[in-house]
Design a binder for this molecule. Structure first.
Ligand SMILES: [Cu+2]
Length: 239
């Protein structure tokens, strides 16, 4: 009786350890700390319906907490979205390495980063990693102590933005809506941008379809040489 209780406890803990959260942002050499300026959830589960409004900045069934902080970010520099299994986890507990898939980041210019829901048009992709030589971008983040390195474009306009960082796990993606998408939105204010570019923008939900080749896929049949199509719009780069 006692032993089976212990075993149940162990197996449910390892199932939960699969998930992940974008818990903090490091910018200009400073990690602002857990949940500072980021709408983090208390539960680390994925979104699986690419047509849901909560594809933008997470939400039910993983309710997010609001924050009144905005993080200063300098255009043309790298920031790190820091991923952890839970809000309490350390750098060697980022996500179960069996969770494999692409990693992406998006920006949306907003009037008020504290209140904008993120739902709808305005998003452009600024970073992406997929699959090469048998390595998934998620593994790169795990091996980098949970740091997803994101270059903030130098040519965009100054002002408040939502920074949406995302990891996708494809272990169950053989069936429709089997891909697990993890995302949170950080509230940032960009300075130092030249404002010379106007990125083409896209709607979230809307950037993904459930049958995208990068989301409906059997990753276990892939070879190191296989090509993988990263989902979402094309990557924006400064001209
Ligand atoms: Cu998971």
């Amino acid at each position: 009786m006692k032993l089976s209780t212990v075993l149940v406890g162990i197996s449910s803990a390892s199932a939960v350890s699969a998930h992940t959260i974008f818990v903090s942002l490091a910018a200009d050499g400073k990690d602002y700390g857990i949940s500072y300026g980021i709408r983090t959830p208390s539960y680390d589960g994925p979104q699986t319906d690419v047509n849901a409004k909560n594809m933008a900045c997470n939400g039910a069934p993983n309710p997010t907490m609001s924050t009144d902080k905005i993080i200063p970010v300098i255009a043309g520099t790298n920031v790190s979205a820091v991923w952890r299994h839970t809000l309490q986890s350390g750098a060697n507990d980022v996500m179960d390495p069996g969770h494999k898939g692409p990693v992406m980041a998006y920006l949306k210019k907003v009037t008020n980063a504290k209140t904008d829901s993120g739902v709808g048009d305005g998003w452009f992709k600024i970073q992406e990693g997929g699959y090469s030589n048998g390595n998934w971008a998620t593994n790169t983040v795990i091996n980098n102590k949970g740091n997803q390195v994101i270059r903030i474009p130098s040519c965009i306009a100054n002002g408040q933005y939502l920074l949406r960082a995302e990891m996708v796990a494809l272990h169950g993606a053989r069936s429709t809506n089997g891909a697990q998408l993890y995302m949170e939105c950080a509230q940032i204010e960009i300075t130092g941008g030249t404002g010379t570019a106007s990125p083409k923008t896209y709607s979230i939900p809307g950037i993904y379809k459930s049958n995208d080749p990068g989301l409906l896929i059997d990753i276990y049949s892939m070879k190191p040489t296989s090509q993988y199509v990263i989902p979402g719009p094309p990557l924006f780069t400064c001209p």
